[in-house]
Design a binder for this molecule. Structure first.
Ligand SMILES: [Zn+2]
Length: 185
């Protein structure tokens, strides 16, 4: 069963075609990680009831404000399948002149969506670590995977650039890898 994508905006017109972005991002995720996931619901936080806009949610043993949240993973509960809620108006978009570039649109959205999907993957393949770390890791890996499948040329060009930069840094620092600034690793 494919994951449903539902759009439910209240007094809001989305600046991007979030439906298509979501569809493309889901398309590169191996099916086994989507089993049991009912839907991704795209909505706007500004259109939610006050009690869903204010208050806090637990995260990493602390509380974070609901108004700072862009995505929520709602696990399976009382016979209702798991689903993901995305508040598209909470996602920081790139400047307007960059929005036509698909990899950039998918990058800003993918970081959040793949993190939430990571929470779902965690229920399928349990790991005994902090759940936010598991979701972050899974998210990074999926994004890498998506880039390689969807933008393979760009992906490999960037890899070559990275390797070259590393090689040059190593040359500059006299063949000693440990002398290279860690920020470039
Ligand atoms: Zn999370």
């Amino acid at each position: 069963m494919p994951v449903k994508i539902t759009e439910s905006y209240a007094n809001y017109s989305p600046p991007l075609d979030f439906f298509t972005i979501t569809k493309r991002l889901l398309a590169t995720v191996p099916e086994k990680y989507l089993v049991g996931l009912d839907s991704v619901v795209l909505c706007n936080l500004s259109g939610q009831l006050r009690k869903l806009r204010t208050g806090t949610l637990p995260r990493r043993g602390r509380r974070i404000k609901r108004s700072d949240v862009a995505g929520l993973y709602c696990r399976e509960r009382r016979g209702q399948k798991a689903w993901i809620q995305v508040f598209v108006d909470q996602i920081e978009l790139p400047p307007r002149f960059l929005r036509w570039i698909r990899p950039i649109r998918e990058l800003v959205f993918g970081v959040m969506l793949y993190h939430e999907l990571g929470h779902h993957a965690h229920t399928i393949r349990p790991e005994f670590r902090e759940k936010e770390d598991v979701a972050d890791n899974w998210g990074h890996r999926s994004f890498d995977d998506h880039s390689r499948k969807s933008y393979w040329l760009l992906y490999y060009v960037l890899r070559v650039v990275r390797l070259l930069r590393r090689a040059i840094l190593r040359l500059i620092s006299g063949n000693s890898a440990s002398a290279a600034p860690t920020a470039f690793r």
